[in-house]
Design a protein around this ligand. Structure first.
Ligand SMILES: Nc1ncnc2c1ncn2[C@@H]1O[C@H](COP(=O)(O)OP(=O)(O)OP(=O)(O)O)[C@@H](O)[C@H]1O
Ligand SMILES: [Mg+2]
Length: 418
């Protein structure tokens, strides 16, 4: 792969732009054209795109298969060289060694050493960043707990399910306490419970001041976590903006109330009828999303305490993960990025581990935190078209955090009792 990259470097140009302090990424006219052996154009994967990522933002790169998401990500990481345009990360070239130290990367496909255990895998990546043995132990333990793999820490990752591989990949992306995380399809292969946890994890990272770029073609992933989205199609940006800007339907209103007594409802209807035609408004009960319903069903099933050897509910965010921008690694992250990108994976006998696993177990407390019981007893008054539903996860997250700390205490008590 290094050879290919070097060859590309000869045929491509790259400039950097100086950016304001709070701008993490700035791309202007960014273009990537893949060429064949004879230098003939093969595919214009990214075609003259402009976008920025500000510090502390979660930006979603959204687009159908082959729209240029992973190619954009690889340019951000300095793994691919742009054919044209300007790209800066933290005001420098993405290939700058100091820049790489600040980045954590979850690749689209994780290439891991199948004979290493989960613990050894994280310890290995920690050593690539030059962390001391003591620091590696601390971080590895906290990360395994955070991604719900503590119980599987001594199992070789070659035995892991796809979802478990994704979780270890997320943990590895955070071993260097990066300020900027680039997550390529982080929920790919995860069941709905795992997806939920990853989304909550991303939101918690935002609270710690991290900047995140996340790619996905799953609309709900992006909608639930991103401040801003960039929608790609055929290598071009077709739309970008905050979710509010893009999704709010300004011409309609939604009013949600508890079930109203008949007289109050009559009054409301008479006001509506005196202002609107009958077909211009409707009153209905809001529906929960399929995700919420699924979590509810699994929660009930899990109250029967069925054991699983798959991933479990993740724990609290690792303590060592700093707030704000900080460089904690003492050596270049280049080797790590190369490793993650699968460089030399053939020689090193790394494997892409395939899935075959049972349904992960999630703690019922976690699921309760995500439920909104009041949904069932609410009525929604909707004028004209239904507006795009919006979910405020902040309350659920607060409850989630406190429940997770209770959970940790309970686990400790269980251990003591054993
Ligand atoms: N190394 C490569 N050589 C030639 N073409 C490539 C290469 N990598 C990507 N492409 C092409 O560039 C285009 C964009 O690919 P990319 O992997 O960036 O898409 P994506 O949006 O990440 O898709 P997906 O959702 O399937 O992951 C595709 O047409 C793809 O075939
Ligand atoms: Mg991709």
């Amino acid at each position: 792969m290094a050879e290919i990259l070097n060859k590309e470097a000869e045929n491509t140009v790259e400039n950097t732009v100086t950016t304001a302090n709070n701008t993490v990424v700035e791309a202007i006219g960014l273009t990537k054209e893949f060429r064949d052996f004879w230098n003939r154009p093969k595919a214009k994967a990214v075609n003259d795109i402009d976008f920025t990522v500000q510090e502390g933002e979660i930006v979603g790169l959204l687009g159908p298969n082959g729209s240029g998401k992973s190619t954009t990500v690889k340019m951000l990481l300095g793994l691919l060289y742009p054919t044209a345009g300007q790209l800066s990360v933290f005001g420098k070239s993405p290939r700058d060694v100091d820049t790489k130290r600040l980045i954590g990367y979850l690749p689209e496909e994780s290439y891991l050493y199948k004979y290493l255990t989960a613990y050894e895998t994280l310890d290995f990546f920690g050593s690539l960043f030059g962390l001391s043995a003591e620091e590696r132990k601390k971080r590895t333990t906290q990360l395994l707990e955070m991604v719900g793999l503590e119980h599987a820490k001594n199992r070789p990752v070659g035995e892991f399910s796809k979802g478990m591989i994704r979780r270890i990949g997320l943990a590895q992306a955070m071993i260097n306490d990066p300020s900027f995380l680039i997550l390529d399809e982080p929920t790919s292969g995860l069941d709905p419970l795992g997806c939920r946890e990853v989304k909550d994890l991303i939101l918690m990272l935002k609270k710690r001041g991290k900047t995140v770029v996340v790619t996905s073609h799953l609309l709900s992933d992006i909608e639930d976590v991103c401040d801003r989205v960039v929608i790609l199609y055929g290598g071009k940006i077709r739309a970008q903006g905050t979710l509010n800007e893009l999704l709010t339907i300004q011409s309609t209103n939604t009013i949600t109330t508890p079930n109203l007594p008949a007289p109050a409802m009559e009054k409301l209807l008479s006001v509506l009828r005196s202002n609107l035609k009958e077909e211009e408004f409707k009153i209905e009960h809001p529906r929960m999303s399929l995700e919420e319903f699924f979590l509810d069903v699994v929660n009930k099933a899990q109250s029967e305490s069925i054991e699983t050897y798959g991933a479990r509910a993740g724990g609290q965010i690792a303590d060592y993960l700093s707030t704000g921008q900080k460089d904690t690694s003492s050596v270049s992250g280049k080797e790590l990025l190369d490793t993650l990108a699968g460089k030399g994976k053939e020689e090193e006998k790394a494997v892409e581990v395939k899935e075959e696993e049972s349904t992960p177990r999630i703690d019922s407390a976690l699921l309760h935190a995500l439920e909104d019981d009041s949904m069932k007893s609410r009525q929604e008054v909707n004028t004209q078209e239904p507006a795009a539903p919006k979910r405020d996860l902040s309350e659920a997250n607060k409850r989630l955090s406190s429940l997770l700390s209770n959970l940790a205490e309970e686990k400790d008590q269980e251990k003591d009792e054993e």
